[in-house]
Design a protein around this ligand. Structure first.
Ligand SMILES: O=c1ccn([C@@H]2O[C@H](COP(=O)(O)OP(=O)(O)O[C@H]3OC[C@@H](O)[C@H](O)[C@H]3O)[C@@H](O)[C@H]2O)c(=O)[nH]1
Length: 412
């Protein structure tokens, strides 16, 4: 059940008073002393109700006006894996955070965890809404004074994108367009956009710099490239500050053990390697399927650059702090090191202590053989560098959360 701190966008009118509250108003009509006393008493009760509501977690007033020294960030997809970790970091750093999520991929449990951790007035609100609904989006932007948007919300599985391309094109491009238009209408000044190394496709030269040509080879990467293009074209005639972060492969979880990666079990078949490893280690699937062993790489499996989620959200905060009006910054967010799927599996076995059974399958459509980043530019401009570069350590932190939450957030 959604608790009282959840703002539902369909709740457009003030809430109806309860019978007891309406009873309190009745004496208003009686012109005698008792009536007046009752009227004063009832007004006092109402005042208490209003004050207690406005000082509650979801007070619209705290979010609807700008406050000197407080940056209000809209985190789309904040119930998801990366978005929830970003929200945690922003709240820790005293930002005001509004999360919008339709809970199609994200978890209400992540929101509840954040609410428990940050119960202070006016710091966090959750809006249950779909970014594909223009009425809901307009309402969100008109009722809240955002200083910045971190746009995480998106479907994000390469394998799934080859099976359901239209879903990917629609979700990624159309929702980004809706967010951009709303930002322009409401003069929101900063955008941090979640892009991906999948926009590069399969470059001839490694490592990948931000100048490497973008030739995506799967619908996920193509749709993200389209969204980037929309943002870049828009930014040419706008004073918005834009940062585009191209993530490599995100792993790990909050070292404090509060949040983790909890993909939908029904999407296991299309899921990422980290989820598959943990599912195999817990016996939820018979074994880990390594998809493709005939790539032209050192051991025949794909090479990826695995970046810890804690480092990734740190890059977001640095990007937010350094974003400049009328400027666009584009950055790779990776470690600069490539690891093969076989290496990843070995690290996962060590991190979990489970002798995971491994099956070798043919290639997965949409995969590219090798990608790893050159992170020089982000170090130079944002003073950011990956700190958690030991694959096994990152997986061990994530495994701790997985073991404590065998059914993801449903384990609470
Ligand atoms: O069960 C699996 C899953 C994945 N894999 C392999 O592991 C490698 C990594 O695949 P993942 O699905 O984890 O990740 P991808 O590299 O496809 O994309 C990932 O990184 C870039 C992000 O922007 C994407 O959102 C994310 O999905 C691929 O070679 C893939 O074929 C398996 O061998 N078995």
């Amino acid at each position: 059940m959604l608790n009282s701190s959840v703002v539902r966008t369909q709740r457009r009118n003030p809430r109806p008073l309860s019978l007891g509250e309406m009873d309190c108003l009745e004496p208003k009509t009686k012109n005698n002393l008792t009536g007046k006393l009752l009227l004063v008493a009832s007004l006092l009760i109402l005042a208490v109700i209003v004050i207690s509501q406005s000082s509650s977690f979801t007070s619209p007033s705290a979010f609807s006006r700008r406050e000197e020294g407080v940056t209000h960030v809209l985190v789309t997809g904040g119930a998801g894996y990366i978005g929830s970790h970003a929200a945690l970091r922003l709240l820790r750093d005293s930002y005001r955070v509004t999360i919008v999520d339709n809970l199609s991929r994200g978890n209400l449990g992540a929101i509840k965890t954040l609410q428990r951790l940050f119960p202070q007035t006016g710091r966090l609100q959750f809006i249950y809404a779909d970014l594909g609904d223009p009425v809901a989006v307009e309402k969100i932007f008109s009722e809240n004074a955002f200083d910045a948007v971190m746009h995480f919300a998106a479907v994000a599985y390469v394998g799934e994108s080859t099976l359901y391309p239209l879903k990917y094109y629609h979700n990624i491009t159309s929702n980004t367009l809706g967010v951009l238009e709303a930002m322009a209408r409401h003069k929101v000044k900063k955008l941090i956009y979640s892009s991906t190394c999948a926009t590069y496709g399969e470059p001839e030269k490694m490592p990948i710099t931000e100048d490497t040509p973008q030739v995506p080879i799967n619908p996920y990467g193509k749709a993200k490239k389209m969204a980037e293009d929309m943002i870049l074209d828009f930014s040419k005639n706008s004073d918005m500050a834009v940062m585009i972060l191209r993530y490599f492969n995100v792993i790990g979880s909050d070292p404090g053990g509060r949040l983790g990666e909890a993909p939908r079990p029904e999407l296991r078949e299309q899921g990422r390697i980290s989820g598959a490893c943990f599912d195999a280690a817990r016996g939820f699937i018979p074994g880990l399927q390594v998809k493709g062993t005939d790539y032209k790489t050192s051991d025949g499996t794909c090479i990826r650059d695995y970046i810890d989620v804690t480092d990734l959200v740190d890059a977001h905060v640095k990007a937010l702090e350094k974003a400049q009006p009328r400027k666009v910054g584009i950055y790779n967010v990776g470690t600069g090191k490539g690891r093969s799927v076989k290496e990843f599996v070995e690290a996962c076995k060590k991190a979990t202590g489970v002798e995971i059974k491994v099956d070798f399958l043919p290639r997965r459509p949409g995969d590219y053989a090798e990608v790893y980043s050159d992170p020089t530019k982000i170090l130079k401009d944002l003073n950011w560098t990956a700190r958690f570069t030991n694959l096994q350590d990152s997986l061990q932190v994530a495994w701790r959360w997985q073991k404590l939450h065998p059914h993801g957030y449903a384990s609470y």
